[in-house]
Design a binder for this molecule. Structure first.
Ligand SMILES: *Cc1c(COP(=O)(O)O)cnc(C)c1O
Length: 371
C-alpha cells in the first residue's frame, strides 16, 4: 500500500543565507493577550514604550525612537535634519540607503569604499563636497564600524550633518560605547532578516533632545496636540504586535549572538587560507550578523555559488550590484573599488539554527573547489 508522504521523504529544506528567528511562541501569545485586553493596537502603545525603554538600556543610547521599518527611519532622519541638495553616501550597501535619498528628492553622491574594510573611505569624501552638499551618510557595512572620528572631522570642517545607516550594527560597541552614539542620527532596521527584529521595524537614535522631539512629531503626521498640526509629517509608527515580537527576541538576544558566534568562528577558522575576509575595525566589537567572503575573481564566485546551489544551499551576493550602477541616478559616477568588490563578494549562510553538519557541507564545498 503506498504510504502518504512523511516529512522524512521530503527533500531537505534549502539553506538560505539567513533564517528569520522565531522566539518562544507562548511568550509571544502572552503579549498578544495583553493587546486583546487593552485594545491598544498602535499609536505609541505600552509595548512600544516598553521596547524603547529596554532598547535604550540594552544598547546604551539616550533617545531611541521606534518606527515601522528601517527605510522610513532613514527618510525621517533626512527630514528631521532638514537635508537639502546632495548627500555623500556609499555605493556599497543595500539599495534602501540610496533609494531613500532619491525618494526624498535628495541627490546621492558616491564616495568609493576601502577594499578591505568595505566601508566608505574617508579620503574620498572631501573632493566630493560642493556648496550643495548637506550631509554624509555612511554605512557600518556588515556591522563593521566606520572611521567615525575622521568622518566627524570632515563634517565639522564643512558644517555637514552625519547620519549613519547602522542597519547592520545592532549591539556593536566602539571604544567601549555604542557605535550608535556617533553622528547626528543613527538608524537601525529591525526587518525579520536582521540580527534583532520586530518582523518589520526600525529605529532612530540620537543624543540630541530637540532632534528626538522633532522625530516623534514627524513620525505621527506632524501632530503635536489634539487640535494642533505642526508641519508636514508622515506615518512611520511601529505597532504593538511588532513591539511584542521585539520584546520576545530581545529576551533571547544573548543566546542568538552566541549561536551566531559559533558559526562565525568556524567559518573564520576554516576558510582563512581560501578567501579574503572583511578587515575588522580593531576598536569595534562583532555582532556576527553576516559572514561575507571575497573571492579572487567573479568567475570563482559564480562557480562556488553554482556548486553550493547544487547542494541546495543559497548564499547571497551582498551587495550586488554596486549602487553606482542604479539607472535612476541623475549624477552618473563610477566607483571602481565598490564595483570590483561587489562582483567578488558572497555572504555565506549564518543564523542560530544552522547546524554544524550543514555548515561543514558549505565549508567542504568551498575548500574542495578552491584548493
Ligand atoms: C535592511 C537595510 C535597510 C532597510 O531596512 P528595512 O527595515 O528593510 O526597511 C537599510 N539599509 C541597510 C544597510 C539595510 O541592510
Amino acid at each position: 500500500m503506498p504510504s502518504a508522504p512523511t516529512p522524512q521523504s521530503l527533500p531537505p529544506a534549502p539553506i538560505q543565507v539567513t533564517k528569520a528567528y522565531l522566539p518562544d511562541k507562548e511568550k509571544y501569545k502572552g503579549y498578544i493577550d495583553t493587546i486583546y485586553e487593552s485594545g491598544w493596537l498602535t499609536n505609541n502603545g505600552p509595548l512600544v514604550k516598553q521596547l524603547e525603554q529596554r532598547l535604550q538600556e540594552y544598547l546604551g543610547v539616550k533617545h531611541l525612537i521606534l518606527v515601522s521599518n528601517g527605510t522610513l527611519a532613514l527618510q525621517v532622519a533626512y527630514k528631521a535634519l532638514d537635508l537639502q541638495g546632495e548627500v555623500i553616501t556609499t555605493p556599497f550597501s543595500f539599495v534602501a540607503t540610496t533609494s531613500s535619498l532619491a525618494w526624498e528628492g535628495l541627490t546621492p553622491i558616491f564616495a568609493d569604499i576601502d577594499p578591505n574594510t568595505l566601508n566608505m573611505n574617508p579620503a574620498n569624501i572631501e573632493p566630493l563636497i560642493t556648496s550643495r552638499t548637506s550631509a554624509i551618510l555612511p554605512v557600518h557595512v556588515f556591522g563593521n564600524p566606520c572611521e567615525v572620528e575622521a568622518i566627524q572631522q570632515i563634517a565639522q570642517r564643512h558644517n555637514l550633518k552625519v547620519i549613519y545607516d547602522a542597519a547592520h550594527a545592532f549591539g556593536v560597541q566602539y571604544k567601549g560605547e555604542s557605535i550608535l552614539n556617533y553622528g547626528d542620527i543613527s538608524t537601525l532596521s529591525f526587518h525579520a532578516t536582521k540580527l534583532f527584529h520586530t518582523i518589520e521595524g526600525g529605529a532612530l537614535i540620537t543624543n540630541d533632545d530637540k532632534v528626538a522631539a522633532r522625530v516623534r512629531k514627524l513620525i505621527n503626521f506632524g501632530i503635536i496636540g489634539p487640535d494642533q498640526i505642526d508641519g508636514v509629517g508622515i506615518n512611520a509608527k511601529m505597532n504593538e504586535f511588532q513591539a511584542a515580537m521585539g520584546l520576545c527576541v530581545l529576551d533571547e538576544i544573548q543566546e542568538i549572538m552566541t549561536l551566531r558566534k559559533h558559526v562565525w568562528q568556524r567559518y573564520r577558522d576554516t576558510l582563512q587560507s581560501e578567501v579574503q575576509f572583511q578587515e575588522l575595525n580593531a576598536n569595534g566589537t562583532q555582532n556576527y550578523s553576516y559572514f561575507p567572503v571575497v573571492f579572487k575573481t567573479e568567475q570563482q564566485l559564480l562557480e562556488v555559488q553554482g556548486k553550493l546551489n547544487q547542494a541546495n544551499i543559497y548564499p547571497r551576493r551582498y551587495f550586488y550590484p554596486s549602487l553606482d550602477n542604479l539607472d535612476y541616478l541623475e549624477a552618473k559616477q563610477t566607483c571602481n573599488v565598490s564595483r570590483d568588490i561587489a562582483s567578488r563578494i558572497l555572504c555565506l549562510p549564518i543564523f542560530p539554527a544552522l547546524e554544524q553538519q550543514q555548515q561543514n557541507i558549505i565549508i567542504t564545498i568551498i575548500c574542495e573547489y578552491l584548493s
